[in-house]
Design a protein. Structure first.
Lengths: 259, 257, 448
């Protein structure tokens, strides 16, 4: 059974159909990408998956359960974590605190534990903090645990977002343009990190990306969207040579990426 | 002097003073906060409203020492006109000042509608409201437009104040508190951003309040009556915001991520 | 000038000077107050000592000891000589608790509640209703109460249970308020909560028919207080009367009692607030405040968390409401007006949104302003009125200044100015929340 399966998902805003009969499947353990020109509906698709939007039509199944009509926090609880196109960190909280927020669904402390500071509470908080530090190391953040998130440079903030998403131990990780604004070095490191996330933690990774180096390098399968529809799907090699896709937007960039 | 001329002059003067005050308040208390998170100018506005009310009280205290002002009868405005409307048993009676109020309100609505929807300045105001940075890139002087917007809003408030004083005749420094809140409720009821909606909202709110207060007394046999009139507006506000947040004439705003 | 202050601060901010300053202030202040009970400068000197305790570097055990001595020994004794001090501390504790509660709603969760005083009213009227004769007066008209109506509760010590009941009922009211406003944006939320506060006030004002629940504008009085056990009082009397120099009445003991009660409650409130802040709940609230969309994507259930914020904030107000009602033995709708909601708001804003020490300081400053400064200003103005002095430059005789001009009544002005000025110049408050970094060793909970 596929991990994620959407059938004929439609999302409209007034007269505009942003996502049009999207059929999409994702197997467990894959690293896949969704690409397409700006405005193709990629982020809207993500938002519909995670419950921010409710689709007008269609079905979304994750691990055999339907996600349609669930609130985003319920979707998160099912094991889907995400990052955002424009970084949405909690700026006035520290890096560690941001990651701890990501752990919200996995922490069990009840009101009584909080108010009366039971042993269970202290143990859980200590374990959570240790895990947050581990995750910081994992994504490559050093010694910034107590810095306010908004004080970190752009690359650092991107890493916090990923650490925060990983904090919930998700089954599926949705990354929305994770390498936007990164220089080639940072991009290289990011690619390595995404692969490690899948290889070491067994998390299925789905990216929206514009950077063809990343897409071609890391994806096992690529789906291409244009005007809300899926116009092509396949391996990087297949997509690279797909006429429709090239027409839509790849053009010369693909050739350059292969060099 | 002709009483209409006096009223017209009073309204004009009220508009000038209130408009000027609004522009000053904007410069002092809201302009520095234009890029702050939403809560901040809101809190500043609350503070400003408190300050202004007590400032009026202070001025009254320093000058006449009398906080409650009772306006004397003026001209023929208190006289009633009777209309015989076909189909009704009794004749309808309206005070002259009420007729004046309705007339001025309609003029204000028409004028404002034309200003906002039919003039270049109106377009500029709408542009600044929707996307301030881009509007400024288009060559619109954002500071000026915002000041003009506050000027208009303040002026209309001033005109309303003059008419209110004419109607109610008993004033104190805090007399504007409830009308201000009810104005907000009326605007939300009609649909924020829609001028006709605001008028409609005001009418509906007024009717609901008046009839509701009286009928409440009748339905509950005197247990709850007109003294609950003021919180009617809040009850209505809560109801709208739960069941129809876009208001009567407003459009539902689409969600954006 | 700035350099002078920072140098001075640096100089006293190390041992042994910090000890000298703190204890010096305490001792000199106490002596001054003992001898000249009504002096403003004496009050200031004494009140500077807890500030010194909080801000200066000292051994924490010494800090605790100094705080305890001040709170348990010095202030009650001085307070018996002049109840003004106990009264001020009581008010500061009450408003600090309210500010802490409002801080949870606005400062932590980011929900602008302008009707917070409603929860205070719920607590106060709950005890007022049950702890008085009102139940037997349900069918009477205000003002026409039969003189020999009995108290509902034979034993006024139910008061202690009612503190918890007040907490519960206020929390429930918080949830009731929260439910319809969950999806509202900031400005709408503010107006609706304002409306809610007004609804409660109008209800308090008018629920004297068909059943006389609140006794209308006249309020409910007398309200019972818990009994003070003679086992405790007699030895205290024997110790204190010689120190104070005169007989101590039961009323004065009650002042001391409520002072201690308020102190205990505020300490509990601070502990609760800190514990909430440093937990999954507190982090979720901050996340919601910062970015709801990101918060919900992290799995934070917005509804539950917002309701929890409203309920928790309200709980603080409910507890203090009960205590306030018992202390004053009288409640009336006037106390629970929009002005009070804005007053508490200005304390939170002044002290620092989201900052626990900040809002306590904010409450202290505003209460002090209201009770002490404005009164003094008022008295000064009166004395000027009686003299033949003239305002310089414009040559206007003070005598001719209207008697209606009473600075003590200009709270709206003060609150308004505080809000506007803070928002423009220092929106994070006097003691910004972010200064308090993650747990540093040696942070103690101070009494005030």
């Amino acid at each position: 059974m596929a991990l994620l399966e959407t059938k004929d998902v439609v999302k409209r805003f007034g007269g505009l159909t942003a996502v049009n009969k999207m059929n999409f499947t994702l197997e467990k353990g894959q690293i896949a990408s969704i690409i397409g020109p700006n405005g193709a509906g990629k982020t809207t698709f993500f938002n519909t998956l995670t419950g921010i939007y409710k689709p007008e039509e269609g079905s979304i199944e994750f691990n055999g359960h339907s996600l349609v009509g669930l609130r985003p926090d319920q979707v998160a609880e099912r094991g889907i974590a995400r990052t955002f196109q424009n970084i949405r960190l909690f700026g006035s909280m520290t890096v560690i605190e941001n990651i701890l927020v990501g752990m919200h669904t996995r922490l069990k402390q009840r009101g009584t534990d909080v108010l009366f500071r039971t042993k269970a509470f202290y143990e859980e908080e200590a374990a959570a903090e240790a895990r947050a530090k581990e995750l910081m190391d994992y994504v490559g953040l050093k010694n910034v645990g107590n810095e306010l998130a908004r004080n970190l440079p752009y690359g650092g903030q991107r890493r916090i977002e990923i650490a925060r998403a990983l904090a919930a131990n998700p089954t599926l990780l949705l990354l929305d343009e994770p390498t936007a604004g990164m220089n080639p070095n940072e991009t290289e490191e990011a690619i390595k990190l995404f692969r490690r996330i899948r290889d070491e933690k067994g998390i299925t990774v789905l990216l929206i990306e514009h950077d063809m180096r990343v897409v071609m390098n890391i994806s096992e399968r690529i789906s291409v969207m244009d005007y809300g529809e899926k116009i092509a799907e396949g391996t990087p090699a297949q997509i690279r040579s797909n006429q429709r896709v090239i027409e839509a937007y790849l053009g010369r960039e693909a050739a350059a990426a292969q060099a | 002097m002709n009483q209409y001329v006096v009223i017209a002059f009073a309204i004009l003067l009220g508009m000038v003073i209130a408009g000027g005050l609004a522009v000053t308040v904007e410069r002092v208390a809201y302009k520095p906060l234009r890029n702050a998170p939403r809560l901040v100018p809101l809190i500043s506005a609350i503070g400003m409203s408190f300050f202004l009310q007590d400032a009026v009280r202070l001025i009254l205290g320093l000058t006449t020492g009398e906080f409650n002002v009772i306006l004397p009868k003026f001209g023929t405005f208190d006289a009633f006109q009777t209309f015989n409307v076909a189909g009704l048993d009794a004749p309808v009676q309206l005070q002259n000042k009420t007729i004046l109020l309705i007339a001025v309100t309609i003029v204000m609505l028409v004028g404002l509608n034309y200003l906002v929807n039919g003039t270049k300045i109106g377009k500029a105001i709408r542009a600044v409201a929707q996307d301030r940075p881009t509007a400024s890139l288009m060559g619109i002087n954002v500071n000026l437009i915002i000041s003009i917007t506050f000027l208009i809003g303040g002026a209309l408030g001033g005109a309303a104040g003059v008419l209110f004083a004419l109607k109610v005749t008993r004033l104190d420094p805090f007399v504007g508190f409830f009308p201000g809140l009810k104005a907000f409720t009326a605007a939300v009821l009609g649909g924020i951003g829609n001028l006709t909606g605001a008028l409609l909202g005001g009418i509906v709110l007024g009717l609901l309040e008046s009839f509701g207060a009286s009928y409440l007394g009748i339905f509950t046999q005197g247990a709850f009556g007109a003294e609950y009139k003021d919180i009617f507006a809040f009850a209505i506000l809560i109801a709208i915001l739960i069941f129809r947040p876009s208001g009567l004439l407003g459009q539902t705003v689409g969600q954006k991520a | 000038m700035k350099k002078f202050f920072s140098d001075f601060y640096a100089a006293i901010n190390k041992e042994p000077w910090s000890y000298v300053v703190t204890f010096g202030l305490m001792i000199i202040g106490s002596v001054m107050v003992y001898n000249v009970p009504r002096s403003l400068s004496a009050f200031l000197v004494l009140m500077l000592s807890p500030m010194a305790m909080y801000f200066l570097k000292m051994n924490n055990k010494v800090k605790l000891f100094a705080g305890l001595v001040l709170a348990i020994v010095i202030l009650p004794v001085l307070g018996i000589r002049n109840i003004f001090y106990l009264e001020v501390i009581f008010q500061i504790c009450v408003f600090a608790a309210l500010a802490l509660g409002l801080n949870i709603v606005i400062g932590m969760a980011g929900l602008l509640d302008l009707g917070y005083v409603a929860f205070y009213a719920v607590g106060a009227y709950t005890w007022a209703f049950f702890g008085s004769k009102q139940i037997s007066l349900l069918h009477s008209v205000p003002g026409a109460a039969p003189a020999n109506a009995p108290f509902f509760l034979e034993n006024p010590n139910w008061f202690w249970l009612f503190i918890f009941l007040g907490v519960g009922l206020a929390a429930f009211a918080g949830i009731l308020l929260g439910l319809p406003v969950l999806r509202l944006r900031g400005d709408y939320l503010a107006i609706v909560t304002l409306g809610f506060g007004e609804v409660i006030r109008v209800l308090a004002l008018n629920l004297d028919k068909p059943l006389n629940i609140t006794n209308g504008p006249q309020g409910i009085t007398p309200i019972q207080r818990p009994t003070l056990s003679p086992v405790l009082l007699d030895p205290l009397r024997r110790i204190l009367e010689p120190v104070v120099g005169h007989e101590i009445t039961t009323a004065q003991f009650y002042n001391v009692f409520f002072y201690f009660l308020a102190l205990v409650v505020i300490i509990i409130a601070v502990i609760v607030a800190r514990r909430l802040e440093d937990s999954r709940i507190g982090r979720a609230w901050t996340a919601i405040r910062e970015d709801e969309t990101a918060a919900i994507a992290m799995g934070i259930p917005l509804v539950k968390m917002k309701l929890a914020a409203f309920a928790s904030g309200a709980a603080f107000a409910g507890a203090m409401g009960v205590i306030y009602a018992a202390n004053r033995t009288f409640v009336s709708p006037e106390t629970f007006s929009f002005l009070q909601s804005i007053g508490v708001l200005s304390m939170v804003i002044l002290g620092g949104l989201g900052s626990i020490p900040g809002v306590i300081i904010g409450a202290a400053v505003v209460v002090f302003l209201n009770i002490q400064v404005l009164q003094t200003f008022s008295l000064y103005l009166s004395s000027l009125r009686q003299s033949d002095a003239v305002i310089p430059i414009i040559n206007f005789a003070w005598k001719n200044l209207s008697t209606q001009l009473d600075p003590a009544k200009y709270q709206k002005l003060i609150f308004g100015v505080i809000l506007v000025v803070m928002m423009i110049f220092r929106p994070s408050g006097l003691i910004p929340a972010e200064r308090r970094k993650r747990e540093l060793a040696g942070e103690t909970e101070d009494s005030d």
